[in-house]
Ligand binder design. Structure first.
Ligand code: FE2
Length: 348
């Protein structure tokens, strides 16, 4: 369903207000060839109406010769900011960068955030942005999850399909994604709604069994037959099954990088307005799958880099796998039971 410009301006105004945008602040719109024109125009109008100084920095797309799909997360190599000191300087001088391009997983992003600039990624189509407008309630729910993550020594994940995963925690911070940027140096993604962290380096162990209906990203496909993955010393060492396993193996082999198989971020979905079924309604090139990543009660397993959490691993390959029907425990406390989000109890 198309969205009116008025509704998008209202949505941006809501998100920028939650992000504490003040009159006189500098907002830079970071754009590229795939930026949605309505998202760009309405961001410009909303920020301008709030009294911000608004710039646009348009950069060329990159990595087409390496990437095997058009998804902005399909290849995490160099970005148009790599070595581009003038562009980095402009972004560091901004109060808020609205990333309508996808700068995720880059050292340049970390450098810009360290200067205090807030960065909000927003690349889903306008109707998804409007439907999954963030709220203070989202922030509270994600904050409670992050507090539990921050205090846990181990996450364990089990499922009737056979998943048995042990993920020691403590080396990396708990990260909150609730959809707006209300603190200096904060990065977030509109839309979202999940808590995550990274397992201690080299310590993840066990077995991940993907069942029918679990989701592979950036393939944006529902698994049709079971995939079994063995996890040893922090890396997925075997991926077996039927055609879906063959497709995943073939995709990952392209990168020719052992680091692609490292366990990356781990966490669970908390967004009750995001739905497991939405991905099936979209053409693959029209979404990056945030409903899939955020729907309440999914266990989000991933492979690839950990630099987003402060680690040293970079790799161009990144696979996100939202899984249904898992039970997630932090030490002895269940936070998700068989894919159902447990109501939060106050954190002591
Ligand atoms: Fe991811």
């Amino acid at each position: 369903m198309s969205v009116s410009d008025a509704d998008m301006v209202r949505a941006w105004t809501h998100v920028l207000t939650l992000s504490n945008l003040k009159a006189g602040d500098t907002v830079t719109l970071l754009t590229s060839a795939d930026t949605h024109p309505q998202t760009l125009q309405t961001a410009w109008i909303a920020a301008g109406m709030m009294g911000a100084v608004v710039n646009r920095l348009d950069l060329p797309p990159m990595n087409a010769e390496f990437a095997h799909s058009r998804d902005s997360l399909a290849y995490l190599g160099t970005t148009p900011l790599t070595g581009n000191r003038a562009a980095i300087a402009a972004l560091k001088e901004s109060d808020i960068v609205l990333d309508l391009m996808t700068l995720l997983f880059s050292p340049e992003q970390a450098e810009i955030l360290e200067s205090g600039t807030r960065i909000l990624l927003a690349v889903e189509p306008p109707e998804v942005l409007v439907r999954l407008l963030p709220s203070l309630e989202d922030k509270a729910r994600v904050g409670e999850a992050a507090a539990l993550l921050a205090g846990a020594k181990e996450m364990t994940v089990t499922s009737a399909a056979g998943t048995e995963l042990r993920l020691p925690l403590g080396e990396f911070p708990a990260i909150q994604e609730y959809g707006f940027v209300d603190e200096p140096g904060r990065w977030d993604h509109w839309p979202s709604g999940f808590g995550l962290t990274f397992p201690n380096e080299g310590k993840a162990e066990g077995r991940v069994v993907l069942e029918r209906g679990d989701i592979l990203l950036p393939m944006k496909s529902y698994v049709a037959d079971r995939i079994e993955m063995i996890v040893e010393k922090g890396y997925v060492t075997a991926i077996t099954g039927g055609m879906d396993a063959d497709l995943l193996n073939d995709y990952m082999e392209v990168f020719d990088d052992p680091e692609a198989y490292a366990v990356s971020h781990i966490g669970w979905g908390l967004q009750k307005r995001a739905r497991w079924s939405t991905l099936g309604l979209y053409d693959r090139e029209n979404t990056i799958g945030m409903d899939a990543r955020a729907f309440a009660g999914n266990f989000l397993f991933s492979m690839g880099p950990n630099n987003e959490g402060g680690g040293s691993r970079t790799t161009a390959c990144h696979i996100d796998i939202p899984m249904r029907n898992c039970t997630v425990r932090l030490d002895d406390r269940e936070v998700v039971r068989a894919g159902r989000l447990l109501e939060e109890e106050p954190v002591a």
